[in-house]
Write a protein that binds this ligand. Sequence first.
Ligand code: SAH
Length: 392
Amino acid sequence: MPMDLPLVTVSRRGAERVRGGHVWIYRSDVVTADGVPPGSAVLVKQQGSKALLGTAFYSTASQIAVRMLSREALENIGNVLRQRVRAAVEYRKRLVRDTNAYRVIFSESDSLPGLIVDCYNDLLSMQVLNQAMDSETSRTAILSELQEILKPKAIIERSDARVRKLEQLPEKQSGLVAGEQTRTEFQMNGVRFIYDALSGQKTGAFLDQRENYAAAEQYARGEALDVFCYQGGFALHLARCCERVTGVDSSLSALEAAEANSKLNGREIEWIEANAFDLLRDYSDSGRQYDSIVLDPPAFAKTREKRDTALRGYKELNLRALKMLRPGGVLMTCSCSFHVSGNDLLEALGSAAGDAGRPVRVLELRGQAKDHPQVLGIPETAYLKCIISIVR
Ligand code: SAH
């Protein structure tokens, strides 16, 4: 028995949450955690009960105080983390196709809370998001295992200053933690992309959309508009099946990367730097028409309170897009807001369809790619929604 792990006791509500399959216990449900050092592995019990709820990571800073690792008493955390890294890699080997860029580790979805690792061809990009994952034990176990099984040329850590501050971790610059290379080229569905680990948003590309890119290519045709295009994920795929493609984003640096990607693929795509809301309003008011439109905005609802405002935003975008689609046109509409559900997005689209007076047929309801697994019992692991539809 790992007698040396400190004990945290939690309320009945916290314990029930865990028994129901979730892996988080909020600080308000922690009853005692006296003297537990930041980022410790701990044993968890319900207050007044002898039975063990399991082993967890503890944070002294986050509102999510306890992140369960197991329902058992774990003996050697380093070994457990290594096994989980191996299991995560095996899972991807079984399910990821047509790409050398994928998410290797997706935090709670891989029972590695607070760790995200993305593979871009021969490079790995890593994010460490809580105290316990930042501990020496965790980092050593994770890094050595990743190096051993994936043999990357380099590993780059992307440090998120906001998260580190919230977790009361010391400031840290993004940079190499192994090897020397920070640039490479990768491919998804046969489309080529340049990867520069030390620039770009998140950890680089939006790998969660990879399977939706391939789906878009099945239906899109004619003149296409990719709104919120970032570095061209959808647009580059659309360029293989459409006659003309325009990508819109408010970030000039994203568009510069998009242009470099289109050159790499030998494609001509028009990139426009604009606020998508303004551009869609101008274009739809002036009667522009398209055969295919992609809407992939940033998360509008970062908190539950923002949900209603977010829904108005989604409706507005979808209404404008529907008005611009020619009969038989294809709309791919996405939301990556956890607080906006798949049904919410369908309703926003339905309400836009009503206002536009355009009957909409739903072709596919899609989510995030399989390397970003959704785990039942942990609703937060499902966040991306993508509806493909055809308007009459
Ligand atoms: N579709 C992209 C990912 C989009 S991420 C892909 O598959 O790779 C969201 C993008 O929206 C970011 O690139 C961001 O720069 C852009 N963005 C955010 N607000 C915007 C606005 N008001 N108008 C235009 N683009 C915006």
